[in-house]
Structures are given as C-alpha cells and as structure tokens.
Ligand binder design. Structure first.
Ligand code: C2E
Ligand code: MG
Ligand code: MG
Length: 569
C-alpha cells in the first residue's frame, strides 16, 4: 500500500541520498534512504531511516500556540493603537486647521495642545509662528502709520484720526481743534549743526509736544511740521492755552544731542466744524493760520479767520500769474537815485522791480516778492533783474553805480555767482559799478556759506551793501561778520529822525559805527529837508528818498543826471 512510497524512495536513492516527508501507514514521517555499495555496480541493499513527524514536532507544539496567541495580541494592539493615534492626531489637526484659518483672517490664534509628542511640538511652533506673524504685522502697521524718527503718528495716521474725529463729533457733538506747528528756522540747525543734531531736535520737540498735549493726538506731518488734534468735549479755551503753553516751553533752549538750541515754533489753529466741514478744509485752514503766524514774525500762534481764505486765494492767483510774467515780459525796472552828499551828485541808482499785471495794473514788489520767494520764482525773476540792471547801467556815466536787491533765496541758490558773472560779461559792466543789496535775513539759515560767497563777490570787485539796517534782531553782530561796503539805514529811523531824539541818536550811532568800520552809509526814505539837514549834520554819506526823487523809469535817468544837483538843494 502506502509503503510502496518507501520502495520509490529507495529506488530514487540509487543515484543520490534523498530526504523526504512521506505519508506512511504509521502517519507522516521523515525518511532517508542510503544505498549500500555491493560487489556489483548495482546496489542490492539500502538503509532506510524513518522518523514519525508527530514525535519530531512534539516539543514545538507549545511554541506554535504561543506564536498564534502573539499574533492575535498584536492584531488587537494594532487596532487599538491606530484608533488612539487617529484620535490623537485628528483632534489637534482640526484645532490647528481652525487656528490657521483664524490667523489667515488676521486674528490672533493660539492653540492649547497638551503633550510632548510631535503634535504637541507642532502646536507649540504654530503658536510661536502666530505670535511672530502678529508682531511683524503690528510692526508693519506701526511703520505705515508712524514716523520712524519720533515714533509719533504720521500724516496718514493723522488724516485717518481727523476723519474719525469729525465723524465722531458729527454724531455726538463737541468740537475739533487742529493745531499746525512749524519750527522756525529749522533748516539753519541742520545746516550749521548737522543732520544728527537736527534729528535729535525733532525728536526732543516731538516728546515735548506729547507731554504738553496729553489730551490730544500729536503727529509729525513731515520735515519740521507737527500737528495736534483735540476732539470731543474740551474747554473752549483749551486750544489757545495749549498753543501758549507750547510757545512758553520753547522759550527755553531745547537740549538735543548735547547742544542747547534756541528754537521757536509758529502755530496755526482751526476749530471745526466752524472752520471746516471735512479734514481737508480744516487742515488747509489751520495751515493758512500757520502761514499768518509765520508772517507775524514767527514764534506766535494765530487762529484761522475767514478773511485769511480770501488772502490765500489772492496768493494762489498771484502765484499762477507770476509764472507767466517773466515770459510775457511783464516786469520792468524803475530806478531811484542815490545822492552822494560829499560829491554833491548822483552816485548811483537802485533798481526796483515793477510788475505790470495785464489786469491788476502795477503790482508793488511788497505784494509779490514774498510770494516769489516762497515759490522759488524769485530765482528766475532775480536773474532777469540782474541782467537788465547791468545792461541799463552801461548807458550811464562811468561814475554812476547800479544797486540790485538780492533776496535770501536767490543769494543762497548755488547758481547765484554764475548769474552775476554772466550779467557782467553780457553787459560788459565793470564789477565795481555793481552793488548788491542784501538784508540780514540771508544770514538766518547759517552764516558760513553766505560769508564765503560774499568774500568771493568782493574778490571779483563787486560791492556789497547791507539793506534795511536796524530792523533785524542782531544787526550789529552781522557788521562783525563781513566788511560791507555800505550800510543802508532803514527808513523807519529816518522818518522819525526830526521828531524823535532817540531815532536821531540811533542814526548817529550807526553812522559813527560805520565810519569806524570804514563803511559808507545811505539813509533810506528821506522825504523832507528837515531830515536831510539832520542827516547831513550826523555825517551820513548818501541819501535816497522821495525828497530827491521817486523811483523812475529808465528813460528819465538822463534827465535826473543833468538836473540832480538843483533838485537836491
Ligand atoms: P528796499 O530795497 O529797501 O527799497 C526801497 C523801497 O523804499 C522802495 O520800495 C522805494 O520805492 C521805497 N522808497 C524810497 N524812497 C522812499 C521815501 O522817501 N518814502 C517812502 N515811503 N518810500 C520810499 P519798493 O520799490 O516798493 O520796494 C520795496 C522792496 O521790495 C525793496 O525794499 C526791496 O526789498 C524789494 N525789491 C524791490 N525790487 C526788488 C528786486 O528787484 N529784487 C528783490 N529781491 N527785491 C526787490
Ligand atoms: Mg534795497
Ligand atoms: Mg531798504
């Protein structure tokens, strides 16, 4: 029967030794057959070894059960573990997802996940990122709305706050005050002490303003301009009181970067809603008031008045018209003789510009020169004046000079020296016949460069006169800075010289001082013989004024030169 398998195994083992598992009558068993070598080639016998499988596997049975059990336990563990894992991940991931969305929408997101595993760490880094983004966002918003130097709100922030305040006051009542502030002569600080000191000054002033106006929003609008908003329910006197307290505080020198700097601010105030329905109008009107404060001698405050608005419209119109006036040839020069008392003849003429406006007629220089200064147009106008004056003077006798007024902006303009050189070259006028008149206001933005330029002009042979002497703050100190050729004593002293002994004393002092410094003198605005005689008595060298002649058109110069002596006498 089944044991025939043994014979097959033995047969097969003729060639090789074979191990097999056989189904035998005794059950499954290992069997091995080994042929025994005989005398002939063919084997006659073989060894067969059998071993029932049951017996062989008996010691391994418990192990098999163990393996099965272990497999089952493993399966259960895997199921439980992945469930736990799924719960442990899905929950926090949903939270993270929600938090990320919140962050995306710009709100602060913080998630609470316990544990020190990967998810816990992920949550922690998410929280750090969220804080980082928020900080950066805040920094960007801060930068966009604040001034880097002073840390104060900037113009954008100011405008938004003003809009808000106007809306608020519209709903709940109350008022809005806008104070515009501008440092007086800040440019001078930058020029003389350098930009770091200028920056420190701007910072210090920002801090002082914030301190004075804890009830207001203090902003820096740019440059040396600040603004304060008061809004809601405040005392009607508060804007004035605030402005006054700021001016009072500025009376002390401000310490900036180790320097004690004397400063002043000018302040313009507009009160809404009366002075402006919207932010633009309020700000514009506060600016107008500021402009007026500057005109009023700086270091003062002014409230907006509706009349200012008309003045501003006029200014704007003049500004527009001025731009065309040069091309259109609307300027002419008039000349006023300067009479030399010692030589007893006309020593020169002062060129005085006149604007023949097509509609307004003749506009006097006091009405347009300041506007030309503010807009920079004075540079072009001044260049024309310089060329025209030199050209005209070539027609006069050799001993007759021409005096040309030069305004501060024009003088400080880098091209000024070459403009003078060109005017002389084109006309062929000898430099010694040109006298430029400057006022001490050219020194206000820093003396150094001005004095250097004055020396250059002097080296070229041009004469320099100090105009309107005695009207400034520190006229005497400027006499030490530069050896002027001439001092022109302001008309205000001459007007009262006969009636007011102190005016006479001042004129005498100026003449004595000028003589000691080897400078000539001209008295401006001499209108009557009483003044003339006093001036002669004080030793004044030259006179100029209506007594001798008003400014005249160039065609009348020849006549004046012939008859001058008779008229002066
Ligand atoms: P300024 O340089 O002091 O000129 C003298 C001014 O006093 C002139 O006024 C002149 O007409 C006036 N004046 C002369 N004698 C008398 C008098 O006896 N009585 C009175 N009441 N006034 C007298 P004007 O021509 O109106 O010029 C005013 C100012 O405008 C000048 O003052 C000068 O600062 C400026 N200006 C005139 N022309 C020019 C110019 O071409 N360039 C610049 N930058 N400024 C100019
Ligand atoms: Mg003058
Ligand atoms: Mg003058």
């Amino acid at each position: 029967g089944s044991d025939s398998a043994i014979d097959d195994l033995v047969d097969a083992s003729q060639s090789t030794r074979t191990l097999a598992t056989l189904n035998l009558s005794i059950g499954r068993a290992f069997a091995i057959a080994k042929p025994l070598a005989g005398l002939t080639d063919r084997p006659q016998a073989a060894i067969l070894i059998r071993y029932p499988l049951n017996a062989a596997l008996k010691p391994y049975l418990p192990l098999q059960a163990g393996i099965a059990l272990a497999g089952l336990a493993g399966l259960i563990l895997v199921v439980l573990g992945s469930r736990r894992l799924a719960l442990g991940i899905a929950g926090p991931i949903a939270t993270l997802d929600a938090a990320a969305r919140a962050l995306e929408e710009g709100s602060h997101a913080h998630i609470v996940v316990k544990g020190r595993d990967e998810i816990g760490r992920l949550a922690a880094s998410f929280n750090r990122m969220s804080v980082g983004i928020l900080e950066r966002e805040n920094r960007i918003t801060h930068l966009a709305l604040h001034d880097v130097l002073t840390g104060l709100p900037n113009r954008t922030y100011f405008r938004e706050s003003l809009d808000q305040a106007i809306l608020q006051v519209g709903r709940t009542g109350g008022a809005i005050a806008v104070l515009c502030l501008d440092l007086d002569r800040f440019k001078g600080v930058n020029d003389t002490l350098g930009h770091p000191v200028g920056d420190a000054l701007l910072k210090a002033i920002g801090a002082m303003l914030s301190e004075s106006a804890p009830d207001g929003l203090v902003s820096r609008l740019g440059g040396d301009e600040y603004a304060i908003i008061l809004s809601g329910q405040f005392d009607a006197d508060r804007p004035r009181a605030l402005a006054q307290s700021i001016l009072d505080m500025m009376r002390q020198p401000v310490v900036a970067d180790g320097h004690r700097i004397a400063t002043a601010v000018s302040i313009g105030i507009a009160i809404g809603p009366a002075d402006g329905k919207d932010a633009d109008e309020l700000l514009k009107n506060a600016d107008l008031a500021l402009y007026l404060a500057k005109e009023d001698g700086r270091g003062v405050f002014r409230f907006f008045e509706p009349a200012l608005d008309a003045a501003a419209r006029w200014r704007r119109q003049v500004e527009l018209d001025l731009r065309e006036a040069i091309q259109a040839g609307q300027f002419v020069l008039n000349y006023q003789p300067v009479f030399d008392l010692k030589a007893d003849r006309i020593g020169g003429f002062e060129a005085l510009v006149r604007w023949h406006h097509p509609e307004r007629g003749v506009v006097p220089p006091v009405e347009f020169i300041p506007i030309a200064e503010d807009t920079g147009l004075i540079i072009a106008i001044g260049e024309w004046v310089m060329q025209e004056a030199c050209r005209q003077a070539m027609h006069w006798p050799e001993h007759v000079r021409v005096a040309v007024n030069v305004s501060p902006l024009q003088f400080r303009n880098t091209g000024f020296q070459s403009i003078v050189l060109q005017a002389l070259a084109h006309s062929g006028l000898a430099p010694s016949r040109l006298e430029i008149e400057i006022t001490e206001s050219v020194f206000l933005d820093g003396e150094g460069p001005v004095i250097a330029l004055l020396h250059k002009l002097r080296t070229m042979g041009i004469r320099v006169a100090l105009d309107d002497f005695g009207t400034g703050y520190s006229s005497l100190s400027y006499l030490r800075s530069f050896p002027f050729d001439k001092i022109k004593i302001d008309r205000s002293f001459i007007t009262s010289i006969a009636s007011d002994p102190s005016a006479a004393a001042i004129v005498r002092a100026i003449v004595d001082l000028a003589t000691a410094l080897h400078m000539e003198t001209t008295a401006e605005g001499v209108e009557d013989t009483g003044q003339l005689n006093m001036l002669r008595g004080e030793g004044c060298g030259n006179i100029q004024g209506y007594l001798f002649s008003r400014p005249v058109e160039s065609c009348r110069i020849a006549g004046l030169l012939e008859n001058g002596i008779n008229q002066a006498a």
